[in-house]
Design a binder for this molecule. Structure first.
Ligand code: MN3
Length: 199
């Protein structure tokens, strides 16, 4: 019943040169594993044991800080590994492309908004593309919060997310967060974003 660290669909080296293998290995085997273990420890023998991660997150205002931080960390990293892929995938098509055009004007405008949210998030956190009441919006959250949480300023379904904690990029990019964010853009798995959009 406990949450398990998901396996990646590719090797640690597969996202080079955009994200280096050492960062990937530490991020997955130390950071994501830590959130997973700490989440399990925080919910064992409580009313949350056996619930889905989505159910747990939507009740965040009523949970401990440990559940908020580690539940978010568990979910967010699972999404992160899936919305990127070696070489990325072709640009958004079909209904996702139409929606991005409708709410941002163009893919390039969406990119600017997403990059801006990622670069300007102060300290550790995430930037998101969020499906909110059938609209698409860009937001960012502090720490391991995400749009599924009832404490988030912008609530909805996260379709795409970028981790802007320094542990996600510091070995290769040091303080150059914008370089990492722009490199991430080359890896986006639009097929996965579209799958989440269609629900
Ligand atoms: Mn991380």
């Amino acid at each position: 019943m406990a949450f398990e660290l998901p396996k990646l669909g590719y090797d640690y080296t597969a996202l080079e040169p955009h994200i280096d293998a050492r960062t990937m290995e530490i991020h997955h085997t130390k950071h994501h594993a830590g959130y997973t273990n700490n989440l399990n420890n925080a919910i064992v023998s409580t009313a949350l044991e056996g619930k889905s991660i989505e159910e747990i997150l939507k009740g965040t205002s009523g949970h401990s800080t440990a559940v908020r931080n580690n539940g978010g960390g568990y979910y967010n990293h699972d999404l992160y590994w899936k919305v990127i892929a070696p070489g990325g995938s072709p640009k958004p098509e079909g209904v996702l492309q139409d929606a991005l055009n409708e709410y941002f004007g163009s893919l390039e405008n969406f990119r600017e908004a997403f990059v801006q949210a990622a670069v300007t998030r102060f300290g550790s956190g995430w930037a998101w593309l969020v499906l909110q009441d059938k609209k698409l919006v860009v937001s960012s959250t502090p720490n391991q919060d995400n749009p599924l949480m009832d404490v988030a300023e912008v609530q909805g379904v996260p379709l795409l997310g970028i981790d802007v904690w320094e542990h996600a990029y510091y070995l290769k990019y040091q303080n150059r967060r914008p370089d990492y964010v722009n490199a991430f853009w080359n890896l986006i798995n639009w097929d996965e974003v579209a799958r989440r959009f269609k629900g």
